[in-house]
Write a protein that binds this ligand. Sequence first.
Ligand SMILES: Nc1nc2c(ncn2[C@@H]2O[C@H](COP(=O)(O)OP(=O)(O)OP(=O)(O)O)[C@@H](O)[C@H]2O)c(=O)[nH]1
Ligand SMILES: C[C@H](OP(=O)(O)O)C(=O)O
Length: 215
Amino acid sequence: MEVIVPFSTDRPKSRLSSVLAPEERVAFARAMLDDVLDAVAAAGGEPRVLATDAVDLDRPVTVDDRPLTDAVNGALDTRLGADDESDGPPEPTAVVMADLALATPATLDRLFAAGRDADVAVVPGRGGGTNAFVASHPEFRVDYHGASYLDHREIAAAVGAAFETVDSHRLGTDVDEPADLAEVLIHGEGRAATWLREAGFALDASEGRVSVVRE
Ligand SMILES: Nc1nc2c(ncn2[C@@H]2O[C@H](COP(=O)(O)OP(=O)(O)OP(=O)(O)O)[C@@H](O)[C@H]2O)c(=O)[nH]1
Ligand SMILES: C[C@H](OP(=O)(O)O)C(=O)O
């Protein structure tokens, strides 16, 4: 299955600016992207990065400088189409965000399997975003930001697509804010977790919910 991985090269991860300098955010975002691409490939997916600008990678890359929703819908237009009624339903296409630092082949495999059963299978993120989905309905399109999981459920209903929610702690954890870094230190097994440790981040369990400190 082709797996589109959106990636913003331009000032990535701005919500981590209180704990990471601009060049650190670039390096950390790249470490997460590499982890996601490896996990997708190990799950049997064919990753294609959908980037806002050129990125040096030994994987297929499409550059599209439109905002996220327009760029992903452009990719869906090409892959799902809407006009071809002759060949049955389109092949499923997945979209997996590049900031899912806890992604593993097994969790992605579960998403891909759900996307073969339902017309649209979505992994919500905490806060109601859409961390990953698989779609095979020709008319399904995205509308990101805000509680996009709810919007995508409505869009699927409006086009008559069978919808499934995939409940996954690992894929549901998108790394947006400093508190999310604790999840990477606790559960991460790849480059992103290593990058954080080498940058001096450690867990802080001194009060309330576990957070991170930088030594
Ligand atoms: N192709 C593309 N990918 C994007 C764009 N904006 C965000 N992304 C990617 O989409 C995923 C989710 O991004 P967000 O967490 O909403 O935004 P972010 O830019 O990573 O981080 P913030 O600046 O903190 O909002 C990540 O994989 C980003 O790299 C965009 O305009 N185009
Ligand atoms: C892309 C966007 O991510 P967030 O802004 O919630 O991180 C969404 O999931 O709709």
